[in-house]
Write a protein that binds this ligand. Structure first.
Ligand code: UP5
Ligand code: MG
Length: 190
């Protein structure tokens, strides 16, 4: 199947670092399909899945949903898309996520975009967002940031050690950040 030979770019960064915003920019210029792991999990809750209640309480606490669930949703989305170039946003969030994806999808990312942004800025952005997300309150934001530092930053370091990390200053304006994304000239090549 086509998706099994696809180009995958993981997009990482703290909560509110602009992953969704920049992926939306990228798909307007490059032939990628964008999947946010968080969006797929929120859709799974709404679908009335047997795991809905568990996913909902995990997200409300800012913890990471069991890898098998997220990887199954990602693979299904990739398969159904018909494309072979994907931006996977907000995943992998920990080592288990990374390993289960490698074992199940059998795909290694071409590279990893990482939006670096200080915690104060992330807090400000999320508190201004107002899209009714259950995890967009100050207590959960603190927990999300802690989980990001403890579980996701080691994944960022892992890809850095493999020479796959493309680190971008995510603290600038959305337009300036996208200029930096395009400057990497990697999305068009991959
Ligand atoms: N904004 C964006 N860019 C800006 C800029 N340069 N300057 C000023 N403002 C900017 O942006 C956030 C807000 O900031 C928006 O209002 C935007 O306009 C503005 P956005 O693009 O939405 O940032 P993003 O990084 O996508 O933020 P998000 O809140 O989605 O990140 P999270 O990583 O917290 O959320 P996600 O949906 O990925 O995950 C949510 C939860 O799901 C996790 O906490 C976890 O519990 C669970 N989850 C898993 O368990 N496993 C997974 O694999 C994925 C998620
Ligand atoms: Mg997002």
């Amino acid at each position: 199947p086509r998706w099994k030979n696809s180009t995958v770019v993981f997009v990482l960064g703290g909560p509110g670092s602009g992953k969704g915003t920049q992926c939306a920019n990228v798909v307007q210029h490059f032939r990628y399909t964008h999947f946010s792991a968080g969006d797929l999990l929120r859709a799974e809750i709404r679908s009335g899945s047997e795991f809905g209640a568990m996913i909902q309480s995990t997200i409300a606490e800012g913890r990471i949903v069991p890898s098998e669930i997220t990887v199954r949703l990602l693979c299904k989305a990739m398969k159904e898309s018909g494309n072979d170039k994907f931006l996977i946003d907000g995943f992998p969030r920990n080592e288990e996520n990374r390993i289960v994806f490698e074992n199940v999808a059998k795909i290694e990312p071409a590279f990893v975009l990482f939006f670096d942004c200080p915690e104060e800025e992330l807090e400000k952005r999320i508190m201004n967002r107002n899209q009714g997300r259950e995890d967009d309150n100050i207590e959960t934001i603190k927990k999300r940031f802690k989980v990001f530092v403890e579980s996701t930053l080691p994944i960022v370091s892992y890809y850095e050690s493999k020479g796959k990390l493309r680190k971008i200053n995510g603290a600038k304006s959305s337009e300036e950040v996208f200029e930096e994304v395009k400057d990497h000239h990697i999305l068009g090549i991959a």
